[in-house]
Design a protein around this ligand. Sequence first.
Ligand code: CA2
Length: 147
Amino acid sequence: MKILIIHGPNLNMLGKREPDIYGAMTLEELNSLLTKEARAMHAQVEFFQSNSEGEIVSAIQDAMDKFDGVVINPGAYTHTSVAIRDALLSSGLPVAEVHISNVFKREEFRHKSFVSGVSVGVVSGFGTDSYHLGLRGLVNYLQSRVS
Ligand code: CA2
């Protein structure tokens, strides 16, 4: 089972800025932990990070024939991008939406997500653990679907 993990805009800055909100772990450290976690669940992960909406749309389109599911932190595009929502929906891939911060405790503009409605589930507010929880949830979902 292969899962694509997508990190949206500014998440390349993880561990380098705003540690009070986003924690001290770098993106490389997080990806390395997720790779180990996936292996323990007999799954494989690949990573994609971009600050550009179009590149994220293209990565989702390319994932269709290669992956079984997508874990995505769309970053600020969560709250603005119909294009990312449309790409996820038309990919037909099951999606787990994850957020490091609890978006519902923050500004009102972060309460709206274009991605939640096309996701199997959403994890928000557990720091970088949100990725681990989203990955586990998606793998369990895929395993229970095929068996
Ligand atoms: O909580 C999340 O994971 C967010 O998706 C993060 C986005 C924000 O716009 C969403 O509302 C919630 C922002 C990502 C910024 O990432 C940074 C990481 C480290 C340092 C600076 C920015």
